[in-house]
Every structure is written in structure tokens, then in C-alpha cells.
Design a protein around this ligand. Structure first.
Ligand code: AMP
Ligand code: MG
Length: 423
């Protein structure tokens, strides 16, 4: 399945820095095997399994970039104005009937093929009509307002590389090349569970001391954005035997088993011991806040190479943060995608904050434009790891590095927009 061997992670220390977790994932997780051809309209979010080589030039022919008048470059050496005789008219989708001679112009529209001998187009806004002549100003350089065949993409060039996770922009380029199917990696298969005696499904009665499950909905939504296939396996009780059985069964036909809750050190937290009984745990504490208890490992299951396992924390905000920092790179790697590093944008802090050195923290912030026009990050007041509104009422995460201990208003901090985190 996930091409994992039991010794694929080698870290046993107490709190694993995020960078090291990412390195482990990058170095030791192999893409799933198997590829398929998908129709262009089903290709969004899928990962290319081979390079796309352009079969044709884009654009396929020289054409006009504007509505105007096409002339020959050698007729451009003049001062003041010059009159050209209009000898033909060519619209997009048509070709000119004749080549241009000296002192002649052809009325042309955007996207129409350049007439033979013409290489320059005057914009109609710059021209004046006088009967069947057009008067144009001096100063245009030869080749202006013409789009060359292949200037966007040359036939034979690599248009999109293997490992590319296809965006709508990429699919548009494939369409421009006339392609109808693309060869992609098969979807990563993910088994998704929530855990906890207190967790119940929306739509059922809410007993005293119970909570509706939000994590599975958060995770299923995030995973869908990565083009993976989710099997929603519901909610597991805090029972070691039930957990072990369910996780082992899921590992047999999935590449990744993903849970939330039950991975900290409480007496009802049985996920780690369940995984240890059916596989191997590699780390379970990450130097991140929120989200410290996050477990990763391998479940032997029935699959030849074992399925990857990630046990996320229970608190929804911690689930989101650890998804971004652990599940996202793991998913991309399993899917055969090239690494897509997250780039934090510099913004100005409008808050003060104290933190401990040695772990990375993610503060939920809303952006606003300050009076001087600079973007400022405002911290959401309630910063508990269980406060879901801190995710719904903000624009992204401020990323405070391991070395940072204090943020004062005015400091430059890194901002990760939610939209950039899930692709
Ligand atoms: P745990 O790590 O299992 O102790 O969970 C930490 C916190 O997250 C507890 O307050 C749980 O009730 C909460 N929690 C766990 N799973 C979920 C879930 N699926 N949806 C919402 N909250 C959860
Ligand atoms: Mg729990």
C-alpha cells in the first residue's frame, strides 16, 4: 500500500521538531503505485504521473493581439502620420485572402491569423479612417501587437511536469494543447475515524456530556481538496480492542489510516497502544502548538508494506494545524506530488504574544489594512485549541518559529492564508 517499512522512521526523542517530521516524510514515504488515465474534466486536483509534452504550438499560428490594422514592418519608417490603403478584412477564425503589398493595410481583429507578409498591428484606437484608407501615427515598432506561434508553449516542450498537482490553470493549458485525457497517479485511499466516548454524529440526539463530531467533517473536507479518496469509518469508542480491530481492518485496504483524539497521555487515550499492538509508532509528540500530541507510524495490517498511520489530536484547531504540518506533506508525498513548501507571507503583528522557545506556534489571525496601508494581523481573542470559531472568524495562521519567545505589535511575522494551505 503505502510502501512503508517498519523502520521508515527512526526518531525516538521526546518532542520532534516539525522540520524533522517533514524530512522524515519526504525521505521515507514513497508514492502509491498505480496510475490511470482520466478525462480532462476529472483531472482537477489529481497528480500527473508523467510529463505532458506539448504536441502543438500554443498559439498554433501568428495572430493579432488587438483589433486594428495589420501592416508590413518595412513600411513603418516615417515621421508624423502615414496613410495605408485597406485591402482586406480578417476576423478571428478566418484567414486573409491575400498578402500585403507596400503601403497596404488589412483590417484585423484579435485572434485572427496575421496575413502573409504582415508583422505589425496598429490598435484601432490609434488610427483614423479616411474612406478606404487608414491614417496611423508614427513610432510603432515592427512586430508590435502580434502574438507569435508557440510564444506561450512550443511543440515538444514539457508543458507540465510529472508530480504536478493539477490546478484549474494547469487543466486549461492541457486543454489548449488539445489533450483529452491525462495520466495521473491513482488516488490515495484514506480511512478516516474519530475517536472518543463523548463524540456523537450530527443528526443524532446529544446526550449529556457529549459533543458533536466536527473533526471528521473538517478532515474529510481538507482531504477532498487534495484529490484523495476518503472512506468515512465513523466514530470509535475509547476501547483498546475495538480501536485495534478497526484500525487493522482499515489498514488492509487503505494507504493511510487517519484518526483524531485519543493520542495524548490520558487514561482514556488508547489509540497509541492500539497502534503499537498492530504496528509501530514512530513519533507521537511534535514540537507544535496547538497540536503537541500527534502520532505517526505504520500499521502492518494485511497489506504487503503496511499502511501509514497518523493519529491527530482531538481538539479541532489542533487537528487543523497538525493536518497542515503533518498530513498535508504526507498526502502530497503518497500522491506522487512534488513538494509544495508553504510560504508564509510577511505581515505586521497588531498584537503582543509570549511563547516558549523550542516549539512552533500557530496563532489564528484576521487581516486588516492599517491606516498606513500595510496589512496587519489581529489575533483572535480566544486561542484555545478547541475553539472552532478561531478558525471560522479569521483569515489564516500566524506562524511563530521555534526560536521566537515574544511578539510585540509592529513586528513582522509570517502569515499562512487558509486558502493557501489546502491548495
Ligand atoms: P482527546 O485527545 O481525545 O482527549 O481529545 C481532546 C479534546 O478534543 C476533547 O475535549 C475532546 O472532546 C475533543 N474532541 C475529540 N474528538 C473530537 C471530534 N471528533 N470533534 C470534536 N471534538 C473532539
Ligand atoms: Mg478522547
Amino acid at each position: 500500500m503505502a510502501q512503508l517499512s517498519d523502520d521508515c522512521f527512526a526518531f525516538n526523542g521526546p518532542l520532534l521538531p516539525i522540520g524533522e517530521a517533514e524530512n522524515l516524510i519526504g525521505a521515507r514515504i514513497a508514492p502509491v503505485e498505480g496510475r490511470e488515465a482520466v478525462a480532462l474534466r476529472d483531472a482537477l486536483g489529481r497528480v500527473l504521473a508523467e510529463n505532458i509534452v506539448a504536441p502543438i504550438n500554443v498559439p498554433p499560428f501568428d495572430n493579432s493581439a488587438v483589433d486594428g490594422y495589420a501592416v508590413r514592418g518595412e513600411d513603418l519608417a516615417f515621421d508624423g502620420e502615414k496613410r495605408f490603403c485597406i485591402v482586406d478584412r480578417v476576423t478571428a477564425g478566418r484567414a486573409a485572402m491575400r498578402a500585403l503589398g507596400a503601403g497596404e493595410a488589412i483590417r484585423i481583429f484579435t485572434g485572427a491569423p496575421m496575413p502573409p507578409a504582415a508583422d505589425t498591428v496598429f490598435m484601432q484606437e490609434d488610427c483614423r479612417l479616411e474612406g478606404d484608407h487608414v491614417v496611423v501615427p508614427a513610432g510603432l515598432r515592427a512586430g508590435a501587437n502580434r502574438r507569435l506561434a508557440g510564444e506561450d508553449m512550443q511543440a515538444g516542450a514539457v508543458a507540465l511536469p510529472a508530480g504536478r498537482r493539477l490546478s484549474a490553470r494547469d487543466v486549461a493549458l492541457a486543454a489548449a494543447l488539445g489533450l483529452t485525457t491525462l495520466v495521473v497517479h491513482r488516488r490515495v485511499r484514506i480511512a478516516l475515524f474519530s475517536t472518543g466516548d463523548e463524540i456523537v454524529e450530527p443528526g443524532t440526539a446529544l446526550p449529556r456530556a457529549a459533543l458533536y463530531d466536527s473533526n471528521r467533517y473538517l478532515l474529510a473536507g481538507l482531504i477532498a481538496r487534495f484529490g484523495a479518496a476518503v472512506t468515512d469509518l465513523g466514530i470509535l469508542r475509547d476501547d483498546p480492542k475495538e480501536l485495534g480491530r478497526a484500525l487493522a481492518a482499515a489498514a488492509a485496504d487503505h494507504d493511510l489510516v487517519l484518526t483524531s483524539g485519543g493520542v495524548s497521555a490520558g487514561e482514556a487515550d488508547h489509540v497509541r497502544s492500539a497502534v503499537e499492538s498492530i504496528g509501530r509508532l514512530v513519533f507521537w509528540r511534535l514540537a507544535v502548538k496547538p497540536g503537541r500530541p500527534v502520532a505517526m507510524g505504520v500499521i502492518s495490517g494485511g497489506a504487503a508494506n503496511g499502511a501509514a498511520f497518523v493519529g491527530l489530536p482531538g481538539n479541532p484547531v489542533a487537528v487543523f494545524v497538525t493536518f497542515v504540518r503533518v498530513v498535508r506533506p504526507l498526502l502530497l508525498r503518497l500522491a506522487g506530488a512534488s513538494p509544495e513548501p508553504l510560504v508564509a507571507m510577511p505581515v505586521r503583528a497588531a498584537f503582543s504574544y509570549k511563547k516558549r522557545a523550542g516549539r512552533r506556534e500557530y496563532v489564528r489571525v484576521a487581516l486588516r489594512k492599517a491606516e498606513d496601508g500595510v496589512l496587519e494581523a489581529c489575533k483572535y481573542e480566544q486561542d484555545g485549541a478547541g475553539v472552532l470559531t478561531s478558525l471560522t472568524e479569521t483569515d489564516g495562521l500566524a506562524e511563530l518559529g521555534e526560536e521566537v519567545t515574544r511578539i510585540e505589535p509592529g513586528a513582522t511575522i509570517g502569515f499562512l492564508a487558509y486558502a493557501s494551505l489546502v491548495g
